[in-house]
Design a protein around this ligand. Structure first.
Ligand code: ADP
Ligand code: MG
Ligand code: MG
Length: 899
């Protein structure tokens, strides 16, 4: 088996076998870019190593030695030789980049002899011993697993002795002494002499890199990012080039464009006279890459050219690592750059303009979730940068739910609730959250937890609420008793009431306030361009769920093509109307009831008039389709609760003297008691209500048609669609429909209004008799909230807190190491294809067979979920309908589904 590939033997397509880093350096090598020579040990070798109980598979070591000989020939250097010694780096690199999660050893091949060779070769004793001490330090930490702080302490002591502030100022003789001390520490801690045999060094370093695939950090990272655990890492062995050979040398990292704005300028940092890890280690403050132009102009220009070439080559923005040795530039890494939402959209749109990618490709490049992020409040980048510069960045956790929030740190849900309700912005800080904290989360601006992953309670609930959340922030220690958190590794303490700011998109936690700004969709020109391309490619229509003119207007701005669900019960809930609704429900006589209904008719006619008007396209005078759902809620929800009334009547009884009031309350109590249901979600609601009390439906239908007639008389063309909820039997549909038709025939003289009657499909039984229903109706709209609830048998209002989150996060089972996951995702967020989706597909097929032109849509919360949208596209629905804010996401997701 071939376990080892020279860089010249690989290419960008071999990421599976060589890992991303190996494939990247191979591609650059073959493109003729300056890459130090080397070779890659395959990911298969890594997996083989684990299969063989941590032994190199047969042939690996032999092939490594052979490849090393070729590198020696290419470079004219000798590994372990005193003359012109070859030093190498041993670098990890898996298929998907896992920045900083695995290990890399630099300067390998150095010992007391070769260091002399290095001195002779370079005439630079300081450099040689600096490389040596770095090697011992890094090798000890990564391979020998020693305590890094002991080495730091020695360095600090020397710096103090000679009164310098940075490592770069230590002299050769200091470094020599440091090397000796380092060797002693290594020996003391590992129990054996520091290895002088360079092949032994190499063997151990390769093993350490293999092992780092399964260190805790790496495993956690893979869990979070859903990367499989059986991919293995490649190992890259590469000739060292030295950025620490003086002020014509250096090292840095750079993006080909700005990863937070997308602007097309090199963006990054570098340090002169330094080696790789120094830039990120924060020992010295790096310079902005633009300064390289002044420091080393020729190098800067070459780097700029290479950056452009790599973008042209990969058709994407790149993240680069480089080192300059005595004025010569070397490329050490290239990969597709991570970017935030703004940058993702801008880069995608710009690259179409530059002819680098097609519109289709641009649409694929942006994650619909990023579109959502763009519409959330966020921190100004400049403000954030300032906060970082002034040391206010406290910690970093998981970016669990996007959005920016600032407010007072509050350590308990009750206190958060009190303050939040008083209008004070709070960020709820907890070790982790549980259902007991939800009331605090509901009023908080954001949530910060010290423990828990991406599917922890805090993360899941926050995402559901659209609340910014940083979870699993292990850099802080929360003390509930003391009402404070401490920042690990510093003496910063944030007490209750102190201002903090959190960025849920990046996981950053700041001290003090960083003002968040609301997004302005109209100013997001690149996003609008991208979405206009999406509209050209998508097959699915995107409608919005809106119950009032304001939401209707907003949804048009976001690009909705109509209203897919207008719920009518909110209209009944408004303050001035509720008493009328109650009168209607409690009416003792037909006349009394009719009087209340007439009042409601006037209200509703106005409601529908306003919504229809908001949905008229000003250019054509034609209305977008509006789907109005007739009343669905059980009536008792409009009345005071039974418990409340019981308490009140009892109070009145005890107090005495309020006989009239008491009598009335008792009567109400009796009515409410009679209406009480054990399980109202499965009770007298939806079409069942209409069949028992047809007056409400008749009133609503009349209001709809009267409003439509008024606008038609004014020359508008309307398309009202009336939707009947909760149908489970065809006879229900037949009867309700007959009633509605009688109203239509009564009001609309020559059918000048283009109206439709349709039904929701949300009871499991309806899905399997869809052919019968299709013969009675113009359209189906899948109400996937109820359908999920009834198909799983999970009460939506109770399930999340009681067991559903645990189902998703995994149950802790005594005696088992791993949590047992019952559900892959929350089925109320992403449609369960296997079960609920299967029912939807059956209904689509049966409905179409019975009535080929039936219109099919989906209007549950799922309508804004990208995965569900893909499913809707696949089964050939005509549209999805979602909340106004999710309309842009749905437009992009629908286009992606069609590409
Ligand atoms: P990571 O995946 O953590 O970025 P790398 O393997 O990319 O680890 O190594 C980190 C840094 O070490 C590089 O960015 C580079 O600065 C330095 N480095 C790695 N290999 C070499 C080399 N052959 N010569 C010089 N510097 C190197
Ligand atoms: Mg790197
Ligand atoms: Mg429903």
């Amino acid at each position: 088996r071939k376990w080892v590939y020279l860089f010249s033997e690989g290419n960008a397509k071999m990421r599976d076998l060589l890992g991303g880093k190996g494939a990247g350096v191979a591609e650059m090598t073959n493109a003729g870019l300056p890459v130090p020579p080397g070779f890659t040990i395959t990911t298969e070798a890594c997996n083989g190593y684990y299969e063989a109980a941590k032994q190199f598979p047969a042939g690996v070591w032999e092939q490594v030695q052979m490849a090393l000989q070729i590198i020696e020939q290419q470079t004219g250097k000798g590994f372990g030789k005193k003359e012109n010694p070859l030093l190498v780096s041993v670098r990890s690199g898996a298929k998907f980049s896992m920045p900083g999660m695995m290990d890399t050893v630099l300067n390998l091949g150095i010992n007391d002899e070769t260091v002399q060779g290095l001195v002779e070769l370079t005439g630079n004793e300081r450099f040689a011993y600096d490389a040596y001490r770095r090697f011992i330090q890094m090798f000890s930490k990564i391979v020998l697993d020693t305590e890094p702080r002991d080495f730091e302490a020695v360095l600090d002591r020397y710096k103090e002795q000679v009164r310098v502030s940075s490592d770069a100022e230590l002299s050769a003789s200091d470094l020599k002494k440091i090397v000796d001390e380092f060797k002693q520490i290594a020996e003391l801690q590992s129990g054996e002499p520091f290895p002088v045999d360079v092949f032994q060094q190499l063997h151990k370093a390769i093993e350490a890199v293999f092992s780092s695939w399964n260190n805790k950090r790496a495993i956690d990272y893979r869990n979070f990012n859903k990367i499989p655990h059986d991919l293995g890492t490649g190992v890259n062995v590469q000739m060292m080039v030295f950025g620490n050979m003086g002020d014509d040398s250096g090292t840095g990292v750079a993006f080909t464009r700005n990863p937070s704005t997308g602007e097309k300028v090199l963006y990054g940092e570098y340090l002169l006279n330094a080696q790789g890890e120094d830039v990120v280690a924060g020992i010295r403050t790096p310079s902005k890459i633009s300064r390289l132009q002044a420091d080393l102009p020729a190098v800067y220009q070459e780097f700029q050219e290479i950056a452009n070439r790599l973008e042209q080559h990969y058709h994407d923005m790149q993240d680069l690592e480089f080192t300059v040795e005595k004025g010569k530039l070397y490329m050490l890494q290239t990969r597709s750059a991570k970017r935030n939402a703004s940058a993702a959209v801008k880069v995608a749109v710009d690259m179409v303009g530059e002819g680098l990618i097609s519109q289709e490709e641009a649409l694929k490049r942006v994650d619909p979730v990023q579109v959502y992020q763009l519409l959330l409040p966020r921190f100004n980048d400049e403000e954030k940068w300032k906060a970082r510069q002034t040391g206010r960045l406290l910690a970093k956790g998981l970016n669990a739910s996007p959005g920016a929030a600032y407010g007072k740190a509050i350590f308990n849900a009750d206190r958060a609730e009190t303050l939040g309700k008083a209008g004070i912005p709070v960020v709820l800080v907890r070790p982790e959250t549980s259902p007991d904290d939800v009331h605090g989360m509901l009023v908080a601006k954001g949530v910060l937890t010290a423990r828990g992953g991406a599917t922890s309670h805090a993360a899941v609930v926050a995402r559901g609420l659209g609340l910014p959340c940083v979870a699993g922030c292990e850099d802080i220690r929360v003390s509930e008793e003391e009402h404070l958190f401490r920042v690990v590794g510093s003496n910063v303490v944030i007490k209750e009431g102190d201002d903090i700011s959190i960025d849920g998109a990046t996981g950053e936690v700041f001290a003090g306030i960083i003002k968040a700004v609301d997004a302005d969709f109209d100013k997001e020109l690149d996003l609008k361009t991208l979405l206009s391309w999406a509209d050209q490619h998508r097959k699915l229509g995107v409608l919005a769920n809106a119950d009032n003119p304001r939401d209707a207007q907003r949804s048009v701005i976001f690009g909705a093509e109509g209203i897919g669900l207008c719920r009518t019960e909110h209209m009944f809930m408004e303050q001035e109307r509720l008493p009328v609704v109650q009168k209607m429900i409690l009416a003792q006589s037909k006349e009394e009831r009719q009087a209340a209904l007439d009042q409601l008719l006037a209200f509703q006619r106005d409601d529908f008039l306003n919504i229809f008007e908001a949905m008229i396209n000003p250019k054509t005078g034609e209305g977008y389709p509006v789907v109005i759902r007739l009343i669905d809620m059980p009536l008792h929800e409009f009345l005071p609760s039974y418990e409340e009334l019981l308490v009140e009547t009892t109070r009145l009884e005890i107090q005495g003297g309020h006989d009239a009031e008491l009598k009335e309350k008792q009567k109400l109590l009796e009515t409410v008691r009679a209406m009480r249901e054990v399980n109202p979600m499965l009770g007298l609601r939806g079409c069942r209500l209409s069949l028992l009390f047809p007056e409400i439906n008749l009133m609503q239908t009349r209001a709809i048609f009267e409003a439509a007639s008024l606008l038609t008389a004014r020359g508008k063309k309307l398309h009202p669609k009336i939707m009947i909820p909760l149908i489970g039997h065809v006879n229900e549909l037949k009867e309700v429909r007959r009633q509605l038709q009688s109203v239509a025939d009564d009001i609309i003289p020559q059918n000048r209004i283009d109206y439709q009657f349709g039904t929701m499909i949300e009871v499991p039984r309806a899905t399997v008799i869809a052919d019968q229903l299709a013969r009675e109706t113009d359209f189906f709209s899948f109400g996937t909230n109820d359908l999920t609830q009834m198909t799983f048998g999970y009460s939506r209002d109770d399930a999340e807190g009681k067991f559903l989150l645990k189902y998703v996060e995994g149950l802790e089972i005594p005696g088992l190491k791993n949590k047992v996951k019952i559900l892959p995702v929350n089925p109320f967020q992403t449609l369960d294809r296997e079960g609920v989706g299967r029912l939807v597909a059956i209904a689509v097929e049966m409905g179409r067979r019975a009535r080929p032109d039936i219109e099919l849509g989906l209007c549950g919360e799922h309508g804004g979920d990208p995965d569900t949208i893909t499913f809707c596209h696949e089964i050939g629905l005509h549209y999805v309908s979602c909340s106004p804010f999710r309309v842009p996401i749905a437009r992009l997701a629908a286009a992606q589904a069609a590409l």
